[in-house]
Design a protein around this ligand. Structure first.
Ligand code: GLY
Length: 376
C-alpha cells in the first residue's frame, strides 16, 4: 500500500493505493464516524464492485443507501444531482453522513458536487474505478456538473476526505476507457515530468498490459504530481492551470459533440496534439521535442473528429470556456517535454486553420512533424 498526502492545511487528505478495496473500511473508520452513507455509482460499475464495497462499509458500521446512475457524461447534470439529493433526503442523511463515489470521473464529479452542496457540505470519499479518475479527477477537489452550454460550468472546489485507489479494478476497465485515462497520464509527463514521460516511452507495453509494478508506479507518480500542484494552487489561480493542457480544445470538442462522441481523455488527447502544433507554429517548441510528444500521443491513439463537425461549432463551444479571459483564449502550450507555458495571446483566427486541418484531414496526419506540417 502506498500513501500520498495532499497537503491543504485542515483540508489535507490521503490518497491510498492498494490492489483492492478490502482494507477500505478500516481507513474510513479512522477519518469518519460510521453513520448513514450514500454510495453513488453507475450502471456499469455497481454490478461489478457495488455489493462488495457496500458490504465492506456495512461491516464498518455504515448504513448504506446505493444510488446508481446511468453511465456516461450525460449523467453529469443538475437533474441527476437533484435525483441524488432526493435519495439523500429520503435515506435520512444528515451533516455527519458521508457520500461515497464509486466509479469514474462522471460519478466522482457529480457525487462530489452533491456532497459539496447537500446540507451545505457533507464528507465525501472518492473510490475511483477508471484510470482517468485514479490519476486525475478524484484528486484535487474539482466537483461539477455540466451545463448545456459548456462542461463543468456549475461546480465547486470541494476536497474529498480520502481517495482510495484499488488498482485491480482496472482489469475490468474497457480498453477505450484505459486509453482515455492514458491520455491524462501522458499529459502529466508532457507538462511537468520528463522522467515520467521517458518511463512511459520505455515501458509503454508493460503499462498498457497493466503490468502491476509499472501500472502502480505510474498511477502513484501521477497522483504525486497532481498532489504537488493542488497543494500549491488549490483554486487554480496560477500553477494548476497547467493541468488544463489540451483542455481548451478538448472541452470544446466534447461540448460541440454533446458529450456523446469523445471520452474525456480522447478529446484532451486531440487538444494536446493540436497544442503541440500550435506551439510549433508559434516557435515555442523545438521540432525534436514536438516529435517526441506526438510519438507518445500517437501510441495513446488520436481519435478522428466526426465528419459532420465544423470548426465554427468548436470555436463557438470554446467561447463558453470558463478559463477564457475576455476575448482571449487561454492555452497551455508545450515548451519542451515536461514543460509548458500559459499562453493568452492567441485569438480564434490563430486556431481556426489548425482546427480545420484536424476536422478535415485524416487525424493521423497530425501525428508527425512532417514537411509543411509546421505551418498553421
Ligand atoms: N483536471 C484538472 C484539475 O484537476 O485541475
Amino acid at each position: 500500500m502506498e500513501t500520498i498526502k495532499v497537503s491543504l492545511g485542515e483540508r489535507s487528505y490521503e490518497i491510498r493505493l492498494s490492489h483492492t478495496f478490502e482494507p477500505l473500511a478500516g481507513a474510513v473508520c479512522g477519518i469518519l464516524p460510521a453513520g448513514r452513507a450514500l454510495l453513488v455509482s453507475d450502471e456499469n460499475v455497481y454490478p461489478l464492485y457495488g455489493a462488495a464495497v457496500r458490504s465492506l462499509l456495512e461491516q464498518a458500521g455504515f448504513q448504506v443507501t446505493p444510488a446508481v446512475i446511468p453511465a456516461g457524461e450525460e449523467s453529469k447534470t443538475l437533474a441527476q444531482a437533484d435525483a441524488l439529493y432526493t435519495a439523500a433526503i429520503t435515506a435520512g442523511l444528515d451533516r455527519s453522513s458521508a457520500v461515497f463515489a464509486l466509479g469514474g470521473g462522471v460519478v466522482g464529479d457529480l457525487a462530489g458536487f452533491v456532497a459539496a452542496t447537500y446540507l451545505r457540505g457533507v464528507p465525501f470519499i472518492q473510490l475511483p474505478t477508471t484510470l482517468l479518475s485514479q490519476v486525475d479527477s478524484s484528486v484535487g477537489g474539482k466537483v461539477a456538473v455540466n451545463h448545456r452550454l459548456g462542461k463543468n460550468l456549475i461546480g465547486a472546489f470541494y476536497q474529498p476526505r480520502l481517495v482510495w485507489i484499488a488498482t485491480d479494478v482496472l482489469q475490468t476497465l474497457p480498453e477505450r476507457e484505459f486509453f482515455s485515462g492514458a491520455a491524462e497520464v501522458a499529459k502529466y509527463g508532457a507538462i511537468m515530468s520528463e522522467p515520467l514521460f521517458r518511463l512511459l516511452e520505455e515501458k509503454w507495453e508493460a503499462f498498457r498490459s497493466l503490468e502491476s509494478d509499472v501500472l502502480t508506479g505510474v498511477i502513484a507518480e501521477c497522483c504525486r504530481l497532481k498532489a504537488r500542484v493542488v497543494a500549491e494552487d488549490e483554486q487554480e489561480k496560477g500553477l494548476r492551470a497547467i493541468l488544463n493542457f489540451g483542455h481548451t480544445i478538448g472541452h470544446a470538442l466534447e461540448a460541440a459533440t454533446a458529450y456523446r462522441y469523445y471520452l474525456h481523455g480522447e478529446a484532451v488527447l486531440a487538444g494536446m496534439v493540436l497544442a503541440v502544433h500550435l506551439a510549433l507554429g508559434q516557435g515555442l517548441l523545438g521540432r525534436e521535442d514536438g516529435e517526441r510528444l506526438l510519438k507518445l500521443f500517437a501510441r495513446v491513439g488520436l481519435k478522428a473528429a466526426p465528419p459532420w463537425l465544423g470548426a465554427r461549432e468548436v470555436l463557438a463551444a470554446m467561447r463558453q470556456d470558463k478559463k477564457r479571459t475576455g476575448e482571449r483564449l487561454v492555452f497551455i502550450l508545450p515548451a519542451a517535454v515536461g514543460q509548458v507555458r500559459v499562453c493568452n495571446h492567441l485569438k480564434e483566427e490563430d486556431i481556426l486553420p489548425l482546427l480545420e486541418r484536424y476536422l478535415k484531414d485524416a487525424a493521423e496526419n497530425l501525428l508527425t512533424v512532417g514537411k509543411n506540417r509546421l505551418r498553421i
